[in-house]
Design a protein around this ligand. Structure first.
Ligand code: COA
Ligand code: MG
Length: 291
């Protein structure tokens, strides 16, 4: 599946050092997993987590869930070893943290290229530094790029913003990355919601992210999965409206008209494209084992 056709409603971070969570993930109804070697793993555990994770990926059992590994940056003691060990286990993608520029991605692509048998591995970028956001459109065009993940905690820290219920201080950055991702056909996943026991807050933030155009939300706890899967999937009403729009447009075309009117609103070619995309997304979700 290409990166845009695949559902990414729920993208769960799992610390690479947590054996029990690595096992549990095989049963969780998530669309994608970010196996983390960066901030969720303490320095003393980095080497151990890297080997544990490579073994878990080789053993498999994650089904259709996209497998993305967040390595440490190459400016740390661990990044190069992370890539060398993890690339041999052939995850779907390597996620590079704190990407500032397209050169960071090009450098990773060069390293991946030098490792044999890694041509199936795509590159994703954490968008979480002020410089990275400013360079988003360049980063999106770098080789092997397939997706952006918003690192809203790091970004808020660097910007000096305070938490805000409607995320106003972050909206420009979120939209800049969405624009850059969509211009190149990349997946774009919203940042995490830290208060993992606050279901109403999570639902509100998922709804905001969905309405902005994100494919899904990064999650930190299994309790967040159901809400993200539901909010980012087309609802029954969305599907029914899409079907009616297509039918109305087909009928208008058959009658020799270029546009249709449905429930008092115009339906043009472009609305039909959106309606078809909604139905395709619903079908892709329905075809998942864990749907
Ligand atoms: N992925 C998979 N399983 C997870 C999980 C995760 N991210 N977080 C918790 N679980 C599992 C636990 O292992 C536990 O499973 P069990 O019942 O089989 O033992 C179950 O879900 C309930 O966990 P709970 O006790 O409620 O949470 P916790 O106190 O163990 O962990 C956190 C809370 C926040 C520390 C943990 O969820 C976590 O580490 N999340 C990821 C953080 C991360 O990756 N951050 C980096 C990016 S922001
Ligand atoms: Mg970060």
């Amino acid at each position: 599946m290409d990166s845009r056709a695949r559902p990414y409603r729920s993208v769960l971070y799992i610390p690479g050092s947590r054996e029990r969570a690595l096992e549990k993930a095989k049963t969780l109804p998530v669309d994608a997993i970010i196996f983390d070697l960066e901030d969720a793993v303490a320095p003393d555990e980095k080497a151990n987590a890297r080997n544990l994770l490579a073994e878990a990926l080789r053993d498999g059992g994650y089904g259709a869930r996209a497998q993305i590994v967040r390595i440490n940056g190459f400016d740390t003691d661990w990044g190069a070893d992370d890539l060398a060990v993890i690339a041999t286990a052939k995850p779907d993608a390597i996620l590079l943290p704190k990407v500032d520029s397209a050169e960071d991605i090009a450098a990773l692509a060069k390293r991946l290229d030098a490792l044999s048998g890694t041509t199936e591995t795509a590159i994703w970028a954490m968008m979480e530094t002020p410089l990275g956001i400013l360079n988003a459109s360049d980063i999106a065009t770098a080789p092997w790029m397939a997706g952006f993940v918003m690192g809203t905690n790091d970004l808020a820290k660097d910007l000096g913003t305070r938490p805000h219920p409607t995320r106003e201080p972050l909206l420009t950055a979120l939209q800049t990355c969405l624009l850059a991702a969509r211009a190149q056909g990349l997946a774009c996943i919203d940042g995490v919601y830290n208060a993992f026991k606050d279901e109403a807050g999570l639902e509100a933030e998922c709804t905001q992210g969905r309405d902005m155009g994100f494919d899904g939300k990064t999650l930190i706890h299994p309790a967040q999965i159901e809400i993200a899967n539901r909010v980012f999937a087309p609802s029954d009403d969305d599907i029914a409206l899409a079907e009616r729009q297509i039918a109305a447009f087909d009928a208008a075309m058959a009658a020799g008209q270029g546009v249709a009117v449905l429930d008092g609103s115009i339906v043009e070619n472009l609305h039909v494209e959106t309606a078809r995309a909604t139905l395709a997304k619903a079908a892709a979700i329905a075809s998942l084992e864990h749907a």
